[in-house]
Design a protein around this ligand. Structure first.
Ligand SMILES: Cc1cc2nc3c(=O)[nH]c(=O)nc-3n(C[C@H](O)[C@H](O)[C@H](O)COP(=O)(O)OP(=O)(O)OC[C@H]3O[C@@H](n4cnc5c(N)ncnc54)[C@H](O)[C@@H]3O)c2cc1C
Length: 294
């Protein structure tokens, strides 16, 4: 519904909704296809870019990792039949992700990504707390511990999905779904804590941010004198804090938090799907057995 990187992609994949009613009325809405992004009648309406064309020093993340988001408009677009994967079968659409194993493989890639991202956050927060000499405070350690625990939980879930992988009906080695499903439900809310922790620990350092031009210009002596930290000279402290700012404060950082929250769709409705799809009966049976024990 919002095509991230769509405008720079060659092809657009339109995947089916998985919440169709399985009735004849929903048949026209059950389709999946691929189409070139320059197909006649296909248009993208982009947001403004968060890469302002500055230097890597000034905007270390947004100059490297900006991903454009765009609304896609289909205005009488012809989709050749040979590009259509699925059409007119709501019941097939509803099970498309689960029956093909697509959602499991997608989630494995995503949890690998979020684990790597959490490693980066831990590295960044650790560099920041060391730079300004705050690691000795117990509440700071509590925040760093929170990130370490999150990282190890993600690693454990990813590892469990691989350790318990099985070969599916099509002969494809498929990771175990439940640990990945737990991880993809966990991360959208977990990630929100990371910029919050960086803002709390970085404090005014996230706003005392001269640019690269200032660091090497007339203000360089002031920056060296007044922006030095416990372990870094002024220029290096600014370099580090600009990175923290780009993750936790900038427009790019704000979009990251929103992106993680809605990555797989609305977390509230994802939680509903998790509850309805999870086999809890064995645990209910165990409780019942205990209640009626003689
Ligand atoms: C940065 C970013 C990148 C994205 N990239 C992509 C992409 O590449 N491809 C893609 O397909 N999509 C993408 N999305 C879209 C994403 O899938 C949706 O944002 C997500 O599914 C939520 O839908 P929505 O934005 O329409 O919010 P809504 O569905 O309007 O929800 C807004 C709020 O209202 C509540 N709400 C609304 N309706 C209900 C309901 N029926 N029951 C309970 N609560 C409800 C929700 O809980 C939520 O808090 C992206 C989104 C963002 C933010």
């Amino acid at each position: 519904m919002l095509a991230t990187i769509g405008p720079t992609a060659d092809e657009l994949l339109v995947f089916p909704s998985t919440v169709l009613r399985g009735t004849p009325e929903d048949a026209p809405y059950s389709f999946a296809f691929a189409i070139p992004c320059d197909a006649p009648g296909l248009r993208f309406v982009c947001r403004e870019s968060f890469d302002y064309g500055g230097s890597h020093f000034d905007h270390p993340l947004s100059t490297r990792f900006e991903e454009m988001d765009a609304v896609v408009i289909f205005d009488k677009v012809h989709v050749p039949y040979e590009r259509v994967f699925m059409l007119g079968h709501p019941e097939l659409c509803n099970t498309f992700y689960s029956d093909t194993g697509a959602v499991v493989h997608m989630s494995h890639q995503v949890v690998t990504r979020t684990t790597a991202k959490t490693e980066f956050v831990l590295g960044l927060v650790s560099a920041l707390t060391e730079a300004i000499g705050i690691e000795k405070f117990s509440h700071v350690q509590e925040n760093v511990a929170e990130i370490i625990v999150a990282l190890e939980i993600l690693r454990g879930l990813l590892r469990a999905s691989e350790a318990d992988a099985t070969v599916n009906a099509y002969g494809v080695l498929t990771p175990k779904w439940e640990p990945l499903n737990a991880a993809r439900n966990y991360y959208p809310k977990l990630y929100q804590r990371f910029p919050e922790i960086i803002r709390k620990l970085g404090a005014s350092g996230l706003m005392s941010l001269p640019t690269e031009a200032d660091v090497s210009g007339p203000a360089s002596a002031d920056i060296a004198q007044y922006l030095q930290s416990a372990t870094l000279d002024g220029a290096e402290r600014v370099r580090l804090f600009r990175l923290a700012w780009d993750l936790a404060v900038s427009a790019f950082g704000g979009r990251q938090a929103l992106y993680e929250y809605y990555f797989f769709g609305d977390p509230v409705r994802m939680a509903g799907a998790l509850v309805s799809g999870y086999d809890r009966q064995p645990y209910v049976d165990r409780v019942q057995e205990f209640l009626h024990r003689g």
